[in-house]
Ligand binder design. Structure first.
Ligand SMILES: Cc1cc2nc3c(=O)[nH]c(=O)nc-3n(C[C@H](O)[C@H](O)[C@H](O)COP(=O)(O)OP(=O)(O)OC[C@H]3O[C@@H](n4cnc5c(N)ncnc54)[C@H](O)[C@@H]3O)c2cc1C
Ligand SMILES: *[C@@H]1O[C@H](CO)[C@@H](O)[C@H](O)[C@H]1NC(C)=O
Ligand SMILES: *[C@@H]1O[C@H](CO)[C@@H](O)[C@H](O)[C@H]1NC(C)=O
Ligand SMILES: *[C@@H]1O[C@H](CO)[C@@H](O)[C@H](O)[C@H]1NC(C)=O
Ligand SMILES: *[C@@H]1O[C@H](CO)[C@@H](O)[C@H](O)[C@H]1NC(C)=O
Ligand SMILES: *[C@@H]1O[C@H](CO)[C@@H](O)[C@H](O)[C@H]1NC(C)=O
Ligand SMILES: *[C@@H]1O[C@H](CO)[C@@H](O)[C@H](O)[C@H]1NC(C)=O
Ligand SMILES: *[C@@H]1O[C@H](CO)[C@@H](O)[C@H](O)[C@H]1NC(C)=O
Ligand SMILES: *[C@@H]1O[C@H](CO)[C@@H](O)[C@H](O)[C@H]1NC(C)=O
Length: 510
């Protein structure tokens, strides 16, 4: 029913070709003003508007196209306040070299990302063997409490021995707790993989709680990582050191974060991690290119008003858009989008991560060492409020005395602090990310459907865990929700989108 009404409401829209734009504007101005809300050149098609061009927004567009029958006529608009797509997938240029500035690593079992890579013909980067056996150490502010061997050799057998020796060093310090940690992560990853099942067995989820419960992941959001790991039998030393280092690197947070976000964070420290050559943002760019999207760059949405049968989205460009379906694909926590009527979501704080890129040379004196060569390629830190950084890693070695480093910290790195850590600094770039939610336990979740109608919120799922793949997974579910809730009656058979073995999941049929 909504579909028919929406079609009627925009039926009088005028199609303008760009060549005759000025001429037409002159004569049609009065008509255009009276139709200020109309859908531009969208004709009578249903209009779906997406706010945000990150992996979430671009994935919604992709799955809407992939799952809809060819006779379903709808337009997709994506609004992006920045001049580039990708959001938190972005690169930084440090003296001519390009590095990931935000989301950098993907897990081998991130099937949506893998599919995108194939579909878009992107090239995969895997960390080279020399990198994987490179040095890692844990700094407590005074000394390295743990250090692996770092031995650079091009000989594969030498690398094998080093990595074997490092496994032994780890085992000696942390014992069989390491195996328990691996089991804990494996179990969470296996549960997550249920989201790749087909429509026959996988329902469409109306809430995040329901989605997590179905996969057996909900309980992990009700307790902290520290509690979950203690129950799993991990030693306090492993939790205080290695686990803490990993959660600080991946989420800038302590082991007091929720168990689920913690498990995801630990999964992002295993083997087989990969990224996309030239930048992960190309996934978003490619998905948008392949999904017949009308992309509006430099257009920030400042208000979303429900007008009963449609939504009115106003932008800072002073444009007003009529949308039958509106999708918010960005965290709302630090945004000032005005909703009419107001929406209510649980208050959530974002963890800010300061990514600082430095071209130069670390000062071994800072670490109580004699030479730069002794500093491991990845320095993680334990929880101590006096530590100015969470991690420092080598991104590239240009020559013996010239490196590019990446530093993660919870606060901005002051020049004076950098001057004590580095002996040489030729370029410094600082990025302050509203990076991901600050995770607590128990978590509370915003709904996927913000108003019970057709206003959707992809990033409600981010309170479970924030990664490129979780965004894509939430987006896939939201695309199914839209298709099953908006386009229902009529000749279009969308039965395949809903689950046949309906595991207690509701469908609102309009
Ligand atoms: C430093 C850092 C490291 C990370 N590391 C990893 C990692 O290694 N692996 C991993 O998987 N994940 C990682 N993440 C998390 C990952 O980046 C996010 O989970 C994911 O990219 C979120 O995608 P999204 O599309 O949901 O949101 P975003 O990428 O934030 O996209 C939202 C988009 O909406 C736009 N927008 C916001 N408001 C408006 C508005 N009013 N109008 C128009 N446009 C608007 C924004 O400009 C942005 O482009 C990392 C994040 C950070 C910050
Ligand atoms: C979709 O709608 C537009 C606008 O009315 C129309 O021009 C186009 O032919 C339609 N496409 C299909 C496949 O029906
Ligand atoms: C990086 O920036 C420099 C100038 O700051 C520019 O000359 C160069 O083309 C940029 N490189 C890339 C890969 O964007
Ligand atoms: C995919 O990429 C390869 C190498 O970059 C190129 O040779 C090939 O033509 C590309 N194929 C498509 C379909 O774009
Ligand atoms: C990946 O793509 C293949 C081929 O299109 C498809 O069969 C499979 O279901 C996709 N996987 C996911 C997780 O969407
Ligand atoms: C989650 O916790 C509840 C209550 O403690 C329990 O009944 C349920 O079996 C748990 N579910 C899983 C999947 O562990
Ligand atoms: C974690 O929580 C415990 C118990 O509430 C608290 O004592 C500790 O200080 C917290 N640690 C951090 C790093 O916030
Ligand atoms: C959005 O723009 C329209 C047209 O300019 C205007 O009438 C309306 O009041 C605006 N809505 C909000 C919430 O600002
Ligand atoms: C959709 O479901 C019908 C009947 O259940 C089946 O015949 C058809 O192959 C399915 N289509 C797809 C694309 O899965």
């Amino acid at each position: 029913m909504l579909l028919a009404l929406a079609m009627a409401s925009s039926a009088s829209t005028i199609r303008l070709s760009s060549r005759s734009l000025i001429f037409s504007l002159f004569f049609l101005l009065p008509l255009l003003i009276s139709n200020a809300n109309a859908n531009g050149d969208a004709g009578s098609a249903v209009s779906i508007c997406i706010v945000g061009s990150g992996i979430g927004g671009s994935s919604v567009a992709h799955f809407l196209r992939r799952y809809s029958p060819p006779n379903l006529n709808f337009t997709i608009r994506i609004f992006e306040r920045n001049g580039v797509v990708g959001g938190r997938m972005a690169t930084v240029n440090v003296s001519g070299h390009t590095f990931e500035a935000g989301a950098s690593i993907l897990h081998p079992r991130n099937l949506h990302a893998l599919n995108y890579t194939k579909l878009l013909n992107l090239t995969i980067n895997t960390p080279s063997d020399s990198e994987s056996s490179s040095g890692f150490a844990i700094w407590d502010g005074h000394k390295f409490v743990f250090k692996t061997l770092s031995f650079k050799s091009k000989l594969p057998f030498a690398q094998k021995i080093v990595s074997l020796a490092n496994s032994l060093i780890m085992l000696l310090r942390y014992g069989f707790s390491l195996v328990r940690m691996e089991r804990f992560v494996e179990s969470a990853v296996n549960n997550f993989c249920k989201y790749y099942e087909g429509f026959e067995t996988r329902p469409v989820f109306e809430t995040v709680d329901e989605m997590l419960q179905w996969a057996g992941l909900y309980n992990l959001t009700t307790r902290t990582l520290a509690m979950e790991l203690a129950d799993a039998g991990l030693s306090p030393l492993l939790i205080q050191e290695l686990v803490t280092v990993i959660t600080r690197i991946n989420y800038g947070q302590s082991v007091n974060m929720s168990g689920l976000a913690g498990a995801v964070s630990l999964a992002g420290s295993g083997g087989g991690l990969w990224s996309i050559k030239g930048g992960n943002w190309q996934m978003a760019a490619g998905l948008i290119d392949h999904s017949e999207v009308d992309l509006h760059l430099h257009e920030e949405i400042e208000s979303i008003s429900s007008k009963g049968e449609y939504y009115e989205l106003n932008s800072t460009q002073r444009n007003s858009y009529t949308c039958d379906v509106a999708v918010v694909a960005t965290p709302l926590d630090e945004l000032s989008v005005q909703f009419t009527p107001p929406i209510s979501i649980p208050k959530r704080e974002l963890q800010h991560t300061h990514a600082t890129f430095v071209r130069g040379l670390l000062n071994p004196v800072y670490f109580g060492l004699n030479s730069v060569a002794e500093i491991p390629e990845l320095v993680g830190t334990i929880e101590d409020p006096d530590l100015p950084f969470s991690s420092i890693s080598v991104l590239k070695q240009h020559n013996e005395n010239d490196f590019t480093y990446k530093i993660f910290s919870r606060k901005s790195m002051a020049d004076a602090t950098l001057d004590s850590i580095f002996s040489v600094r030729t370029e410094t770039i600082r990025i302050n990310w509203g990076a991901y939610p600050h995770y607590t336990a128990p978590e509370v979740f915003a709904p996927f459907i913000l108003d019970g109608q057709h206003l959707y919120y992809v990033n409600a799922f981010e309170n479970a865990a924030s990664t490129m793949e979780t965004s894509a997974t939430a987006a896939e579910n939201v695309a199914r929700l839209i298709l099953s809730r908006f386009f229902t009656s009529g000749p279009i058979n969308l039965a395949n989108l809903s689950s046949s073995t309906d595991g207690g999941v509701r469908h609102v049929d309009l």
